[in-house]
Design a protein around this ligand. Structure first.
Ligand SMILES: [Zn+2]
Length: 337
């Protein structure tokens, strides 16, 4: 199936996180019909990773995720672009990788594999499960695909997600001296967080904090007994110094509940590719058993997750060329060692 057709075919099967089963079945059938060995690796009751390979020594793997953020936006196109959910994050990437893999195979390269995960957009349980798969041991290089504008990402920031919870005492709002406002406590803390200078890193850049959610209170005429804010910190250093700085700001005024953390990752460099550091997090921190990581994919992260998501067709075609040459380069480098 031709590159753009394959992209649109994958996009036409809705697969928001938790609902990837149908697209996984389609990929299994498609890759099987092309002659790949394919395994569905169970992650949860209705979620399976797709793992495909050709011979007994798949040394270089191409991977990305099958799930998308909501809502489903059906594919459409014009001369220049394909529009809709998953066009750039990440079904266009799956299509480019499969096309590249088939081209490699036509050139006699068979030491390759394909890994498509579930749940990347939420908790990366797909990647965590994939990390336990026995074929990981045969993988020397894992080329993960996310929208990097076809540049080779040599670093990606980490993500530290947490909640700050305050407790007060409810009272009638006309008698504030009887109560203690958890919301006012939270606002004071958040104000301090906003003025905190967190450690940065020369290679990865600036540590940034997003106060993404805020909840609390019961009614307009009740002093709020509880409140909480959700923060996502884009890590450029290991978690420890950032958490330390945060705890020294919050002190004993609130409880900090850690939701998840992925550390910043350095990826390998390859001569001849445009390089950059990306700010988003991928499945890579959870695929530690899958060889050395690389990150490259067509499209812009700035349109991913938006209602205007698109991919430029020319970029999809370029990605195929880049994946082919990257895989060949990695296989060749290794032979000399
Ligand atoms: Zn993605």
């Amino acid at each position: 199936m031709e590159l753009f057709e394959l992209t649109k075919q994958l996009m036409s099967i809705p697969s928001t996180s938790g609902d990837e089963e149908a697209v996984g079945f389609w990929l299994r059938d498609h890759l099987t019909s092309l002659g790949w060995q394919v395994e569905l690796q169970p992650v949860s009751e209705n979620q399976n990773n797709v793992i495909a390979w050709l011979n007994d020594t798949p040394r270089v793997w191409l991977s990305t995720h099958m799930d998308t953020v909501p809502p489903f936006l059906p594919p459409s196109e014009d001369e220049e672009k394909i529009y809709g959910r998953g066009s750039c994050d990440a079904k266009g990437i799956i299509a480019a990788q499969i096309t590249a893999a088939e081209r490699l195979r036509a050139d006699g390269v068979e030491d390759i594999g394909l890994l498509y995960t579930v749940e990347e957009e939420r908790s990366s349980t797909g990647a965590k499960t994939a990390n336990l798969h026995p074929l990981a041991a045969k993988c020397e290089y894992m080329i993960n695909g996310e929208p990097t504008d076809n540049d080779l990402a040599i670093g990606s920031k980490g993500t530290f997600r947490l909640k700050i919870k305050t407790v007060g005492k409810a009272a009638h709002s006309a008698y504030p001296e009887e109560g203690d406002s958890a919301i006012e406590r939270l606002l004071d803390i958040l104000e301090d967080v906003r003025h905190t200078r967190f450690p940065n890193d020369e290679f990865f850049g600036e540590t940034t904090v997003n106060i993404g959610t805020i909840e609390g209170g019961m009614a307009l005429n009740v002093i709020p007994p509880s409140a909480e804010a959700g923060l996502a910190i884009r890590l450029t250093t290991p978690r420890a110094p950032i958490e330390e700085a945060l705890r020294s700001v919050v002190r004993d005024r609130a409880e900090i509940v850690v939701l998840s953390c992925s550390e910043p990752v350095r990826m390998i460099e390859v001569d001849g590719f445009e390089k950059k550091v990306v700010r988003f997090t991928t499945d890579i921190p959870y695929l530690t058993n899958w060889g050395k990581p690389l990150l490259l994919g067509p499209g812009s992260i700035l349109v991913a997750h938006t209602k205007d998501e698109f991919i430029v067709k020319k970029d999809l075609e370029n990605a195929v060329e880049l994946y082919v040459s990257l895989v060949k380069e990695l296989l060749a480098t290794n032979e000399h060692e």
